[in-house]
Design a protein around this ligand. Structure first.
Ligand SMILES: Cc1cc2nc3c(=O)[nH]c(=O)nc-3n(C[C@H](O)[C@H](O)[C@H](O)COP(=O)(O)OP(=O)(O)OC[C@H]3O[C@@H](n4cnc5c(N)ncnc54)[C@H](O)[C@@H]3O)c2cc1C
Length: 434
């Protein structure tokens, strides 16, 4: 017996990482009825920084101060890279829309200028990125000017050592000092967790107690750095309170994943999609089939559940996220078995040297698409007119090495939804799009 679909949407987005979240947001902003399927747990591993493009060419490890200059070079050198196929003006709009959705959910980023910025990591190294949470932004000027600065850490917070950062930078930043304090109320706890500290700092009395401990330590410091623990959903309020209460700029340094900034991003994105009435299902899609103009999705939930949609965005990620599967026969796309661009043999997946500057071919495998993010079938044509693939599942990119993870996710999400809106408008399938 065939059961009729229970719910129908304009768009089903499969995967709720950075790219799926962005696609759902952009689609809902355009008035498309959208369902977003998958867990957003992977976002916990994000640093909170939104990279656009910092490194190109990857083997030379050339760092760019302007991501848009880097994109222009990428378009010349690697026109098949998914970011090179998107108009920079669309990328600008995509980032603006994404940051504004985060701000409306309480997570502020510094105004997006045309530059990348350098900031400190918890290892004492420097990371170049594009979108910087407001709570971290004072660290950019501090790293540039290197004024007297106090770095603080907390007894029992194992993933962050102010002493280690200070030691790493001692020759380049002689006026950087470090201090360790016992977090108020956690005196009896030998090992503390950044999320617990962040929650505690949303209570005004706790932050007053912490600021009372910090004031005498400041000495001549003109800026204060500390691990990213300044609140979760209320980081804006906690950060403002610290700067006002201490009288110096205060900046957070991202800790190792899973981190508080990742959790903030996850919470803000969930809030943003919910406010825009995106239907959410924390489930896995176990089968995707097409019936003429309709996609049918079977969800992996107890019992049987099928939904249908006029269009589908595959935002299923790479190997860790199960979007791609590798076995001894090669790399496969997990849901539809779409052709994956990959080396001819397994011997070519990896370079001999694990640290090879050029990276490994396996990290550039993925789905080939036409110029509008539609994955191609074995004949080189779009597999289905209303099927799109975005984010890290795409071929011809190595986002970790090029430092373009969020840029790839946000920009391809924007491009796919733009194209979908055009197609639906053209077909008259969605009256709301005019
Ligand atoms: C350790 C780490 C550090 C990072 N640091 C940075 C950083 O410093 N700067 C930056 O810009 N970005 C960073 N990122 C984020 C990065 O930008 C994104 O993770 C990356 O772009 C990939 O996003 P994605 O949405 O394409 O894929 P993923 O994040 O991999 O998400 C894919 C999702 O699809 C789901 N999925 C797969 N198959 C199905 C199915 N059948 N049904 C339902 N769901 C499914 C998976 O469960 C997963 O949640 C970091 C990520 C990680 C993991």
């Amino acid at each position: 017996m065939t059961q009729s679909p229970v719910e129908r949407y304009d768009l089903a987005v499969i995967g709720a990482g950075m790219s799926g979240m962005a696609a759902a947001l952009f689609a809902a902003q355009r008035g498309l009825s959208t369902i977003l399927i998958g867990s957003s747990g992977g976002l916990l591993f994000a640093s909170g920084l939104l990279d656009l493009l910092a490194v190109h060419p990857v083997p030379e490890r050339r760092l760019w101060s302007s991501p848009y200059d880097a994109l222009a070079a990428l378009a010349r050198d690697q026109p098949e890279h998914p970011l090179a196929r998107i108009d920079p003006s669309a990328i600008r709009m995509a980032f603006k829309a994404f940051a504004s959705a985060l701000a409306s959910a309480g997570l502020d980023y510094a105004p997006l200028v045309e530059r990348n910025s350098d900031m400190l990591t918890s290892m004492g190294t420097v990371k170049t990125s594009f979108g910087v949470p407001l709570t971290m932004v004072a660290g950019i000027a501090a790293l540039e000017a290197r004024p007297p600065c106090l770095l603080l850490d907390f007894r029992g917070l194992r993933e962050f050592s102010a002493r280690q950062i200070t030691a790493t930078l001692a020759d380049r930043w002689p006026q950087l000092r470090h201090q360790r304090v016992v977090f108020p109320g956690f005196d009896a706890i030998p090992e503390v967790n950044a999320v617990h500290l962040a929650r505690a700092l949303e209570i005004p009395e706790t932050r007053d107690r912490l600021m009372a401990l910090i004031r005498p330590l400041l000495g001549g410091a003109r800026v204060l750095g500390l691990p990213a623990v300044l609140g979760l959903g209320r980081s804006r309020e906690v950060h403002v309170a610290f700067e006002a209460g201490l009288g110096v700029p205060v900046f957070e340094i991202p800790t190792m994943p899973p981190s508080v900034p990742g959790l903030r991003l996850q919470e803000a994105l969930e809030k943003a999609v919910s406010v825009r009435r995106v239907r959410r299902r924390q489930a896995s899609v176990r089968a995707l089939t097409f019936d003429n103009a309709t996609a049918l999705l079977d969800l992996d939930v107890p019992g049987w559940e099928r939904i249908s949609a006029s269009a589908v965005v595959l935002a299923t990620g790479r190997f860790n996220s199960r979007g791609l599967t590798a076995d001894r026969h090669g790399v496969r796309e997990s849901l539809l078995g779409l052709p994956v661009q990959q080396p001819a043999s397994r011997d070519e997946w990896h370079q001999r040297d694990f640290l090879d500057l050029g990276g490994h071919a396996i990290n550039r495998t993925g789905l080939r698409t036409d110029g509008t993010c539609r994955p191609l079938d074995t004949t080189g044509k779009p597999a289905w007119p209303n099927l799109f693939a975005i984010g890290s599942v795409l071929a011809n990119q190595d986002w970790t090495r090029a430092k373009c993870g969020s840029g790839l996710a946000i920009a391809t999400a924007w491009a796919a939804i733009e194209q979908l809106a055009r197609q639906l408008r053209g077909s008259g399938m969605n009256a709301k799009l005019g």
